[in-house]
Write a new protein. Structure first.
Length: 448
């Protein structure tokens, strides 16, 4: 691998997670002393998301800052080596392949999305048609036709090795490990991306280096259950009239790779929900900004199920543990105060425990005048009445209170659940490489 014309170059490689094969631990720095034309050790190229920063910069220095330097120094990311690609646009030879940095990587996280995945892929490919981009499916071991449909397109497909590790947080991190874009868009498999939004978001990140991510309006295409109906009301109430600084990008967004590198990892694999909030909190803690636009970013084709089926799905998949998991992540990430203030599920889950503690205490103290059963009914009825009056819907009021209690039940379990290091490498396998597909298509065209 050629390293330019520098007579002598000292390169520091920063490993953001452990690698048992090489005996490396997170934050360990390996130093290579290279002369022009020398080869960097092969083992370094076998570690996913290995970052290299030239000496004189912090090992966690952003890729953007490295690429913008007017020098012949180089950046290594993953198994790809780039020589000032954004400045020159010229790929260099790395292991026999010509590789370049994509401007935008669209990571589509998917699990059993056979009815939606074609729409997500086609909209993503259309969105990057006018820029240098790539599309990557990050699949959590789908058991339907999702993969078969995805293989019909010139995209990369990577899949989780262990289905037991499925979570909302692991999909984006899996895709991030395998992408190369300067900017990374996280898209759900049941969404349709809007190309005009993507172009505007790219422009903002190009112009404003302090912005880590840009999101937009999520248009719900299905509102068949009470949860989605409540979400639509909240979105419409909070929809900005112009660019707005916000604490997180719910529903996905376009992120600056260098900002993600700065905080260590994209999404927390331990979270069954709130992974976007956790990401936003960690970015803000480092001084990065997040912007929400009034533009429509995606059409969202949410669950086509009824209200109570959806609630059961939340319980069956373990999402009711998410409030406790988020608090645990907040403790580790030192943003507990912000989380309790900004994520209403947390104070609600904690509040439910205090509420029923007070009801039980009151029943003990007032047992001479009021029966325990009567106090229980009063305690259950008051929040339902309040929510029915607030939402102006009996069904939504009952659903909200039941949802609170389920979240509270899972809160303690999620809080004390064993965590895997969020920066640990996600085990995966590559099912399809877009580069290989492109070569095969080229051969077919030449043959014809």
């Amino acid at each position: 691998m050629f390293f330019g014309s520098d007579p002598r170059l000292e390169v520091q490689a920063f490993l953001p997670w452990s690698d048992k094969r090489l005996g490396l631990t997170p934050a360990e720095v390996i130093t290579f002393h290279l002369s022009a034309g020398e080869i960097i050790p092969t083992c370094a190229l076998q570690v996913n998301s290995l970052l290299a920063a030239v000496i004189g910069l912090h090992p966690k220095a952003s890729i953007a800052s490295l690429l913008s330097r007017q020098s012949s120094r180089n950046v290594i990311f993953g198994s790809k080596c780039f020589a000032n690609p954004i400045e020159t646009g010229h790929p260099i030879n790395c292991g026999g392949e010509n590789l370049t940095v994509a401007k935008v990587s669209i990571v589509i996280k998917a699990l059993n999305e056979e009815s939606n995945i074609r729409r997500a892929i086609e909209s993503s490919l259309a969105a990057i048609a006018d820029c240098d981009g790539e599309v990557i499916i990050a699949d959590s071991v789908s058991t339907d036709q999702t993969i078969e449909i995805a293989k019909q397109f010139p995209i990369s497909i990577v899949q989780l090795e262990n289905a037991a590790e499925r979570s909302c947080g692991i999909g984006p991190q899996l895709g991030f490990q395998h992408c190369s874009g300067e900017y990374v868009y996280i898209l759900d498999g049941d969404m349709e991306l809007q190309a005009p939004f993507l172009q505007r978001a790219i422009g903002i990140l190009d112009r404003e280096p302090a912005v880590a991510g840009v999101g937009g309006y999520i248009h719900e295409m299905r509102a068949d259950n009470l949860e989605v109906q409540g979400r639509v009301k909240r979105i419409n109430r909070m929809r900005p009239k112009g660019p707005l600084d916000i604490h997180c990008l719910n529903g996905g967004g376009l992120y600056r790779r260098s900002a993600i590198v700065d905080i260590g990892y994209l999404s927390d694999r331990n979270l069954r929900a709130f992974e976007e909030y956790d990401l936003g909190a960690r970015l803000r803690a480092k001084g990065w900004r997040l912007i929400l636009l009034e533009d429509k970013a995606v059409d969202h084709y949410s669950y086509d199920v009824g209200t109570w089926q959806l609630l059961w799905h939340r319980v069956r998949t373990g999402r009711f543990l998410s409030s406790g998991e988020l608090l645990r992540a907040a403790i580790d990430g030192h943003y507990v105060r912000h989380a309790i203030r900004e994520v209403r599920t947390l104070p609600l889950a904690i509040g439910v425990w205090f509420y029923w503690g007070a009801i039980i205490l009151a029943s003990v103290l007032a047992s001479q005048w009021v029966s325990g059963a009567a106090l229980f009914l009063i305690g259950l009825g008051v929040p339902i009445i309040v929510m029915v009056l607030r939402t102006r819907s009996l069904g939504l009021g009952v659903f909200s209170v039941l949802n609170w209690h389920i979240a509270a039940a899972g809160f303690l379990v999620g809080l004390f659940r064993r965590r895997t290091s969020p920066s640990a490498h996600v085990g995966s396998k590559v099912l399809q490489d877009s580069g290989v597909v492109a070569k095969e298509n080229s051969k077919k065209l030449n043959y014809n």
